[in-house]
Design a binder for this molecule. Structure first.
Ligand code: APR
Length: 236
């Protein structure tokens, strides 16, 4: 049991933890206008509305209602017991992978529990609402803080580390993502383009990129991820 594993996760893995997905039935973007609350343009024009949207999400994430589920814990078990490297690349802005125990997590869309200076880019740990009066105390510019979140119109974070992980993995697993947003939707192609790799999708339903994976298993992540992980650890 060895080899390097990269796991891409999306909103579906956190659904059973009490967090809504973005697209599809009941998805956040069905009831909220992306352009007005989650875009770089909105942050420039109406920061209060953007801060308030992410403040609500942060409050919910840190409430008693939300905790890691069996899928998060299964991935933590995989990192602990697998002989090779296990890297999670998540599109999720929650901290449920870390709370379950994973330590190698790349947050490509940022993190709700961090804030960033709009001038120098310094990143702060952040556990409460971000107020327009919260200013950076590091660069001396008294610049306002913003969520450390990739808004629509901005580039994903940690692209170098992501490319490196994808370029070296033997197994790539996508869990709980509709695979409709780039660059994550194309990660499977980068892995498929190398010889001797295995690509697997675990999702409630086939994603937009399902047909290019070597294998697909469909059902709720909290049910199928623990089974998949047990199989991997048993040598399947
Ligand atoms: N188990 C597994 N999969 C699930 C579950 C579940 N319990 N519940 C829902 N799903 C699946 C859905 O079928 C869907 O394919 O999870 C996927 C969630 O898709 P999205 O809401 O589009 O989330 P994601 O793919 O992470 O979105 C990527 O798009 O809107 C932006 O920035 C946002 O990070 C987000 C990005």
């Amino acid at each position: 049991m060895s080899g390097s594993i990269v796991i891409l996760t999306g909103a579906g893995i956190s659904k059973a933890s009490g967090l809504e997905t973005f697209s599809g039935d009941g998805g956040i973007w069905n009831t909220h206008e992306v352009d007005k609350i989650a875009s770089a343009e909105a942050l420039a024009k109406n920061p209060t509305q953007v801060l308030s949207f992410y403040d609500d999400m942060r409050r919910k994430l840190l409430s008693d209602e939300v905790s890691p589920n069996a899928a998060h814990y299964a991935l933590a078990r995989l990192e602990a017991e697998w002989a090779g490297q296990v890297i999670i690349i998540t599109q999720n802005i929650d901290n449920l992978h870390e709370r379950a125990g994973n330590t190698h997590v790349i947050h490509s869309h940022g993190e709700l529990t961090k804030a960033r200076c709009t001038s120098c880019g310094h990143v702060f740990s952040w556990w409460r609402d971000i107020d327009t009066n919260d200013l950076c105390g590091v660069c001396g510019e008294d610049a306002p803080l913003r969520p450390h979140i990739v808004l629509f119109g901005e580039s994903p974070l940690e692209l170098g580390k992501t490319e490196d992980a994808l370029g070296h993995c033997d197994l790539f697993v996508s869990i709980g993502s509709s695979l409709t947003v780039h660059p994550a939707a194309g990660f499977v192609d980068a892995v498929n383009s190398r010889d001797n790799t295995r690509t697997v999708e675990l999702n409630q339903e086939p994603s937009a990129r399902s047909e290019v994976f070597d294998e697909g298993y469909f059902g709720a992540a909290e049910e199928i991820v623990p089974i998949f992980v047990s199989g991997l650890l048993a040598g399947a």
